[in-house]
Write a protein that binds this ligand. Structure first.
Ligand code: AMP
Ligand code: GLY
Length: 416
């Protein structure tokens, strides 16, 4: 079949890399793709949020299956639009995408269906929000309601800081309409874990766990990023914790989705905070994670197209997901300055010097006159399987030193 992957980051590279191993697939397109994706798929010069152009392309090319990477097209309704035209597409529809697209929607969903989460309130009025700050302890968390490219969540240590953030969001409107409503919630002190699930018309089938590193600096210091390192599985996921997640989180989400009519075939990414061995949901995403996908795809033994087709026709079962016992780890090399301002266009060298078992997924690269150059804040995810996390980690850090571009930065403590 002919497959179209929408997006152009490390997540989409890992998806295309995995799809290319399926004997059901003879052609992969990726829109817009990137330098590395071009090695396993054909890059198509259409932006991931240009739904009408993607639709035209899929119809003209006779695409058999479309897989959506990023949240923005999902929230904009790409799935509904493709389905109207009779096209097969894997992802959340517009209604269900609110689970990611609106924090107040997802928090009230969690509250209504007893999904454990931080205590919260939501506001669209600055004065009311400030007045209620005294009901929370510090630190507390202020979240813009909508999609803000990962910049809409601020952990505030003092009331002054919280007031300043509320003013930025609700009065100065730095995120425009995406920040016109905010959620204030209690701070949870624990360890984060990512649990991605296949969603299939009322079923929720968890994949293996992953641990994402969100902070830019070693020791989890500095500002939040999209994720600069990741490994799978997370050692926190003991049988006891899995049972609790199943009973307190998954079952309640399934019930909520059913009662709210949130039916789709795609992904639900549950962002968890584990506090004293108890799971709390921080957020939902309705898509594959990045860099979680870069460590899950190498561990996945099953054919990805098979799983997606079964998710679309409702026949997928937990047993269909087969995983390698090996651990997988990835370290993301970033451009100097990320997640704030950074420069692009620097030549990347050394990728041809890496050991054979290292896989490099490209987050932000492109070709310029035959040279591979940097084209994003996150540049490449250097990835390896290993019989243990430690082994995978050693392989990566031995190899990543061979890679160079101006301003290259990566954390040295991923998986430590
Ligand atoms: P979110 O987009 O809601 O997942 O928030 C982004 C990041 O902010 C999370 O991955 C956490 O690192 C942090 N965060 C969000 N909510 C909380 C919370 N209630 N307590 C502690 N940290 C949080
Ligand atoms: N790595 C977190 C995310 O994909 O949102």
């Amino acid at each position: 079949m002919k497959v179209l992957v929408v997006g152009g980051g490390g997540r989409e590279h890992a998806l295309c890399w995995k799809l290319a191993q399926s004997n059901k697939v003879y052609k992969i397109y990726c829109a817009p793709g990137n330098g590395g994706i071009g090695e396993v798929a054909e890059n198509v010069n259409i932006a991931a949020n240009d739904i009408e152009a993607l639709l035209d392309f899929a119809l003209k090319e006779g695409i058999d299956l479309t897989i959506v990477g990023p949240e923005e097209p999902l929230v904009l309704g790409i799935v509904d639009r493709f389905q109207e035209k009779g096209l097969k597409i894997f992802g959340a529809n517009k209604k269900a995408a609110q689970l990611e697209g609106s924090k107040s929607f997802s928090k009230s969903f969690m509250e209504k269906y007893y999904v454990p989460t931080a205590r919260y309130r939501s506001y669209d009025d600055y004065n009311l929000a400030v007045k209620d700050l005294d009901d929370f302890k510090y630190p507390l968390v202020v979240k813009a309601d909508g999609l803000c490219l990962g910049k809409g969540v601020v952990i505030c240590q003092t009331k002054e800081e919280a007031e300043a953030v509320l003013k930025e969001f609700l009065v100065d409107k730095i995120f425009g309409s995406q920040g016109c409503r905010v959620v204030i919630e209690e701070y949870l002190d624990g360890i984060e874990a990512s649990l991605l699930c296949f969603v299939s018309q009322g079923k929720l089938i968890p994949m293996e766990s992953a641990k994402d590193y969100k902070k830019i600096y070693e020791g989890d210091e500095g500002p939040n990023t999209g994720g600069v390192g990741c490994y799978s599985p997370s050692p926190l996921f003991t049988p006891d914790l899995k049972e609790k997640i199943d009973r307190k989180v998954i079952k309640n989400i399934i019930q909520g989705m059913e009662e709210e009519g949130l039916f789709y075939s795609g992904i639900l990414f549950i962002g968890l905070m584990i506090v004293n061995n108890e799971p709390y949901v921080l957020e939902f995403n309705v898509r594959f994670g990045d860099p979680e996908t870069e460590v899950l795809m190498p561990r996945l033994e099953s054919d990805l197209v098979d799983l997606i087709e079964k998710s679309l026709d409702g026949s997928i079962e937990f047993e269909d997901l087969k995983w390698k016992d090996e651990a997988c780890l990835t370290v993301v090399a970033t451009s100097e300055g990320y997640p704030a301002k950074y420069q692009k266009g620097f030549k990347i060298t050394g990728l041809d010097q890496l050991d054979k078992d290292i896989v490099v997924f490209h987050n932000g690269t492109k070709y310029e006159d035959d040279n591979l150059v940097t084209a994003g804040g996150r540049v490449i995810s250097v990835t390896s399987l290993g019989s243990s996390l430690e082994e995978a980690r050693e392989k990566i850090y031995k190899n990543i030193q061979k890679i160079d571009f101006k301003g290259i930065y990566y954390r040295k403590d991923i998986g430590k």
